[in-house]
Design a protein around this ligand. Structure first.
Ligand SMILES: Nc1ncnc2c1ncn2[C@@H]1O[C@H](COP(=O)(O)OS(=O)(=O)O)[C@@H](OP(=O)(O)O)[C@H]1O
Ligand SMILES: [Mg+2]
Length: 459
């Protein structure tokens, strides 16, 4: 028996069949069923109850006194996600609002002009959607929890927006933010009452700062992940996570162009752009867009459709549970990777795919939608091998990692270690690259293949 728990009432993991046996009830008369969860772990596999464990609530004292020598099964405490309910709901609602904001901006961008795309100091693109989403999420979280209690680490700053030459740009951001906040009541959130002025919008954006990443609890936001996909009319994501003690505890991923059904994901690079020009917004809207979320320790991940038309958002908004794929044979698996060669070596992954017998063409998708694809079971493997010297940022991974893990998958660096969110804005100490898989067996194979081919690669 192994558990460490100091409370008097605590959850335990018990093999499902044993839980329902008379023996168990005799031994633990005071147990109360909390639910059933799927579970598969090496630690428990010797029990022969690999995939179904019941979640029971016991009192520690009765547990200890009534545990007898005949009971030769392993019990350990479970991290039940009883906290963060409010945080999760607010975060999901805010991301839904951000998705609709982004859809409006993207449609406008595609139908009118690309002049609305600006360059940051590092030459990466940024649009009014990036600043507006950051302002919205920052404002909503601060209103809900009090700005003094909320620390947000996010990608954008106000440098470009604050320049005298950017007055028109700032006006566009303020307009976009207010349009979006006017919709807050539809999402069950309180709006500001009167429009925010430029000063308030800039304050909301700059309230997010990188220093927060050193704290023990902070939100991390990528307002528009995959900006290149966004400006090209393709996939992108809004990624929000809550980090506590260096680990993501909540993850929310808005994927405005990833429909509840997977069909369109495979049509890359411009298919959606063409589609959106050929069809009216209303005719395609019902089929596109989803928001995924998970809470650490819940053993469940969820997906909701975006809100359309005049409807009001009513929690849990037709949430469907999502699970990773059960495919564990590389020959049948599909792997995703970044679209741009500059962001991950396509030649290395092609060699690696060949070496493990992966036959399907890689699914090249912009943004953290790749994490969503694994969590939803639409692909089995995600690999990213950036060039030497590039340091991965926490906001590009936190939400996706948690959602995949809770959907039943595995995410580590290429050395098999969990990603470390405790060292500031970068994933410090990351070994070579990132590997996310639908299951442990596939993951093991990919890790071994990386080891076998790494030295002969040019990475
Ligand atoms: N050189 C280099 N190598 C690796 N990664 C980089 C690099 N430069 C940027 N980035 C970060 O990658 C984010 C986009 O990753 P993707 O997986 O979406 O790539 S791709 O657009 O599909 O090619 C991208 O996120 P966004 O800036 O939000 O788009 C960056 O944070
Ligand atoms: Mg990003």
């Amino acid at each position: 028996m192994s558990f460490t728990c100091t409370t008097t009432s605590f959850p335990i993991k018990v093999p499902h069949t044993l839980f329902h046996s008379r023996k168990f009830n005799d031994v633990f008369p005071k147990t109360q069923i909390l639910g059933t969860l799927s579970f598969s772990s090496k630690k428990n596999s010797h029990l022969g109850f690999k995939d179904k464990l019941s979640l029971a609530q016991c009192s520690k004292t009765s547990f200890l006194s009534e545990m007898d020598e005949d009971c030769k099964f392993e019990v350990s405490s479970i991290d039940i996600p009883d906290g963060y309910c409010k945080e999760l709901e607010i975060a999901v609602r805010a991301v839904h609002m951000a998705c609709l904001l982004c859809q409006r901006v993207q449609d406008n961008l595609l139908s009118k002009s690309f002049e609305q795309v600006h360059s940051k100091e590092d030459n990466s693109p940024v649009t009014i959607a990036d600043w507006s989403v950051q302002a919205i999420v920052s404002w909503v979280l601060s209103e809900a929890f009090g700005s003094e209690n909320v620390s947000i680490v996010a990608e954008e700053d106000v440098e470009v927006l604050s320049k005298a030459s950017a007055v028109g740009l700032l006006e566009a951001v303020v307009r976009t933010v207010n349009e979006c906040l006017a919709d807050a009541p539809r999402f069950g959130l309180k709006g500001p009452g009167t429009d925010l002025d430029a000063k308030a919008v800039l304050a909301a954006i700059s309230r997010c700062n990188l220093a927060g990443a050193r704290g023990s609890k902070f939100w991390v936001l990528d307002p528009v992940d995959g900006t290149l996909g966004f400006v090209r009319g393709d996939q992108y994501a809004i990624a929000l996570a809550l980090i506590e003690d260096g680990e993501p505890v909540l993850g929310v991923l808005g994927c405005p162009n990833y429909p509840m059904k997977k069909e369109w994901l495979g049509y890359q690079n411009g298919y959606r752009r063409i589609l959106s020009r050929l069809t009216s917004q209303t005719s395609v809207s019902g089929d596109k867009g989803s928001v995924l979320y998970a809470r650490k320790g819940g053993g469940k991940a969820w997906m909701q459709p975006l809100l359309y038309g005049e409807k009001n958002f009513v929690w849990p908004n037709s949430a469907k549970q999502i699970k990773v794929s059960s495919i564990d044979n590389p020959a049948l698996a599909t792997f995703c990777e970044p679209v741009e060669k500059a962001n991950s070596s396509h030649s290395f992954t092609a060699g690696l795919a060949h070496s493990v017998g992966l036959r399907n063409q890689p699914l090249r998708v912009y943004s953290m939608v790749k994490y969503a694809a694994i969590a939803r079971g639409d692909a089995e493997i995600f690999m990213k091998f950036a060039s030497a010297g590039y340091k991965e940022k926490i906001w590009d991974h936190a939400a996706g990692v948690l959602i995949i893990e809770e959907a039943g998958g595995v995410v580590t660096d290429a050395g098999g270690q969990p990603l470390d969110f405790s060292k500031g804005v970068y994933l410090e100490g990351l070994d070579r690259g990132i590997i996310a898989c639908a299951g442990a067996k596939l993951h093991e194979k990919i890790i071994q293949a990386v080891d076998a081919s790494w030295n002969s690669s040019s990475l």
